[in-house]
Design a protein around this ligand. Structure first.
Ligand SMILES: O=C(O)C1=C[C@@H](OP(=O)(O)O)[C@@H](O)[C@H](O)C1
Ligand SMILES: C=C(OP(=O)(O)O)C(=O)O
Length: 760
């Protein structure tokens, strides 16, 4: 779609395109454009007349030659695809022909940008408005026009580095040129481009060249190469790249390359020392971090939602299309509890000894927590099929991370980390994705400051949080204004590092996983009615943790079975901690046929299989004391309400407005699309259910989940009783809490398809 649109624009705008330098890069551009229907005239200039001949013979260009002065005046678009150090010379020739590049859009493909921009300033007095610097991040160890590949740029990033006064039309033309070859076009400033490329491209090339050169000088080199295994091949492929081009790149980007080489040398020395002294934990920590980071990178390439922050392109879109009707039958185990998974890593890392976790949620939120501890020097094995082994470093064993800790979409991680990091000797910074950056953090920053922590927030108490280490904390009595397990847990974690006692009073019961798990690690936490208390300065002792299935994920399927005639669904091994069972209590009040089977206790948490069969639902006034006990389950419950007879009323739930989205507003908008009558209030909603026994309770339509996992899953479930398809946009974040949602939804009988991104 995009390629078509861009191609049309490009065709319309560029009558004659001149490629200066007909090698792999320029030739592949010509091939890509040709293959995608570019109908303008394509000409090329190259000092090697044989390359021009070959380009014509291959059908890539219409004509060409070796004399730029003869070719350039006819072109309205010129692409400089020569080695980066040759670009200033070509720019000088172009200036002599057309002093301000009037009527010509000129772009380049140089791998470093400051040197080109500075040359343009020198030659023209400023960067001409129609000169748009660019860099396609694609290549191959091959060279020459014979190696031209029409798909070289497909799916690759092209970075443009426009100036503030770059001509908008020229920028759009260059953008369209690359997009029509299937590339993703991004923009950034010149300095950032050069620093990023030094780290991600130039440094690895330098290392590959150096390794092969070093080995090739050794006497036994024939043997070395003969017996070299796949690892050598993978690591050194790029050492076969064009030496002249790379000499130019390292000359042009010297300072940025040297800075990244210094970082690399420091890391290498640390690993050398670990190998020399046999420090297995240090090796495991470094390898674990690297292996995990590599997997992140893989997921970026596959466009899961983690790329929001780390990749250089906008959020990849995943859209669900759910067919109306379907069933809810069978037995499934949903992934591990998110709240318990976060805490298992945190407490395991702070414990003395080795903690083995089973049933760990391999969702993006809890993986971000795991990665953060790796960055603070904790050796962690896994996760592998839900098993994680954490080599605890004790309460005072964390090391300063080398940069900001990125916790993605997770409010739980940011707030719990705030407490834990406030007690460290080092300073740190906590950052999150666009959704998390809108969420309130003063609720933790203020009481932590009262304990002696020094924390800076962005405007209005929003992330990022800068936490100044080395502060002496003292315990406090805190009467929480909102019922929040995240605030309570944050203060208890800070309390581990505080002098004296930390007391937290909750206005209503909230999930108590932190208290239970601290107890399980031998750290006493006392409870007196609505208040819990601990004393700082004791130790945590490692022990095994079995994470039950997440009741918040099970909730979607509980509602699916509750609203679907003929359903019979059993959800296995679900955590039924009484501070989490609001969903069960409310569904039962509504008349759901829901049974707890084989109730048992596993590692300090109650667990059961939950069997749900269809029964007509009736509307209820949701009891206020159930609100904190079902806080994450309201998106699913609203769908139950839309299928119940009568008006369901929710009050005292303003907290829903500060979750991953404003969940009251997001659900109200979606319900409106489906045609479900409702009244939205500041702290709640009235939903008029259509549970009159007819086949469909509402219509279909297109809904924006706003990147909120629970909104996406709730409307997917709604389709079971819709009369038409429900299409849900922005669903990539389902991977934060429920990575297997699509597969399990299909398994129980839902007609769910997903498009875009990397969907599982
Ligand atoms: O402590 C936790 O693990 C959580 C507490 C709740 O947040 P609040 O404490 O903000 O209510 C909940 O919404 C969140 O998904 C997980
Ligand atoms: C609110 C949620 O999570 P968090 O606050 O951790 O982002 C949730 O999972 O619904």
């Amino acid at each position: 779609m995009i390629a078509m649109r861009a191609d049309t624009a490009c065709r319309a705008e560029s009558a004659t395109l001149l490629i200066v330098g007909l090698g792999l890069i320029g030739g592949s551009l010509a091939a890509g454009l040709r293959q995608r229907g570019f109908r303008g005239r394509m000409i090329a200039c190259d000092p090697d007349a044989r390359e021009i001949r070959r380009g014509i013979d291959m059908g890539l260009i219409d004509d060409g030659g070796t004399d730029l002065a003869a070719l350039a005046p006819a072109a309205d678009t010129i692409v400089l695809a020569v080695p980066v150090l040759a670009i200033p010379g070509v720019l000088g020739e172009l200036r002599a022909l057309n002093p301000e590049l009037k009527g010509q859009t000129v772009t380049d493909v140089g791998s470093t940008k400051a040197i080109v921009r500075d040359a343009a300033r020198r030659l023209f007095g400023r960067v001409p408005k129609t000169l748009v610097l660019g860099h396609p991040i694609a290549g191959s160890e091959k060279s020459g026009v014979a190696a031209a590949d029409p798909d070289l740029y497909a799916g690759h990033n092209v970075i443009l580095t426009p100036e503030a006064d770059t001509d908008a039309g020229a920028l759009a033309r260059v953008r369209a040129l690359w997009q029509s070859c299937g590339a993703n076009v991004l923009e950034m400033d010149v300095e950032r481009h050069d620093a990023v490329l030094a780290q991600t491209s130039h440094l690895p090339h330098l290392l590959a060249f150096s390794l092969v050169d070093t080995l090739a000088r050794q006497d036994a080199r024939l043997d070395i190469f003969r017996y070299a295994a796949g690892g050598f091949r993978d690591f050194t492929r790029i050492a076969g790249s064009d030496p002249v081009m790379w000499r130019d790149i390292f000359t042009a980007n010297r300072d940025a390359v040297l800075a990244s080489l210094d970082d690399f040398e420091a890391g290498l020395s640390r690993l050398r020392a670990a190998v020399e002294t046999g420090d297995g934990d240090a090796m495991l920590a470094a390898f674990g971090r690297a292996s995990h980071a590599r997997h992140y990178f893989e997921s970026l390439l596959n466009k899961t939602s983690y790329q929001t922050e780390y990749a250089m392109q906008p959020h990849s879109q995943v859209t669900y299309r759910v067919r109306p009707g379907g069933g809810a039958r069978g037995r499934v185990r949903v992934p591990g509890d998110k709240s318990i998974s976060h805490r298992s890593i945190m407490l395991g890392a702070l414990a003395d000894g080795v903690t083995t976790v089973t049933g760990f949620l391999e969702g993006e939120d809890s993986l971000a927590t795991l990665q953060a501890f790796r960055e603070m020097g904790v050796a962690i094995e896994g996760p592998h099929q839900g098993r994680v082994v954490i080599h605890g470093v004790g309460l005072h064993g964390l090391k300063a991370p080398s940069g900001p800790i990125y916790v993605g979409n997770s409010g739980t991680a940011m707030r719990l980390f705030a407490g834990l990091l406030a007690g460290q000797s080092f300073s740190s910074e906590l950052a999150g994705d666009a959704s998390l950056t809108k969420r309130p953090m003063n609720r933790v920053a203020e009481p932590l400051r009262a304990m002696g922590a020094v924390i800076d927030t962005a405007e209005d108490g929003r992330p990022p949080l800068k936490i100044h280490g080395g502060q002496a904390l003292t315990g406090l009595y805190y009467d929480m204004p909102v019922a929040s397990a995240q605030v309570k847990s944050c203060l208890l974690l800070a309390g581990l590092y505080a002098e004296g006692e930390t007391w937290v009073r909750e206005p209503a019961p909230t999930r108590d996983h932190t208290e239970r798990m601290l107890g399980g690690f031998g750290y006493p936490v006392e409870r007196d009615g609505d208040t819990c208390r601990l004393t700082g300065g004791k130790r945590l002792t490692a022990g095994p943790i079995d994470v039950p299935a997440d009741i918040s994920s099970a909730a979607f399927f509980m509602v699916a079975a509750a609203i679907t005639p003929g359903s019979d669904l059993t959800l296995e091994h679900v955590g039924i901690n009484p501070t989490r069972t609001g969903i069960i209590n409310i569904l039962k009040l509504m008349g759901a046929n829901l049974e707890l089977v084989d109730e048992r206790e596993v590692g300090g948490e109650p667990v059961a299989d939950i069997r749900v069969r269809h029964a007509p639902l009736k509307a209820v006034d949701i009891p206020v004391e159930q609100v904190p006990l079902a806080i994450d389950e309201f998106p699913a419950l609203f769908i139950a309400a839309a299928n119940a007879a009568g008006t369901t009323r929710l009050r005292d739930a303003a907290e829903l407005r500060v979750k991953e989205s404003d969940r009251l507003a997001a659900m109200a908008d979606g319900l409106a699309t489906l045609g479900v009558a409702h009244t939205l209030l500041d702290d709640g909603i009235d939903i008029v259910g259509n549970g009159d026994g007819s086949a469909a309770s509402y219509g279909g339509g297109r809904i924006d989940s706003l990147g909120d996992h629970r909104i996406a899953m709730a409307f997917a479930v709604a389709a079971l009783r819709a009369s038409d398809d429900i299409v849900i946009d922005n669903c990539a974040n389902v991977a934060t809490s429920f990575p297997d949602f699509i597969e399990l939804a299909r398994r129980i009988g839902m007609g769910l398809d997903a498009e875009g991104g990397h969907v599982r």
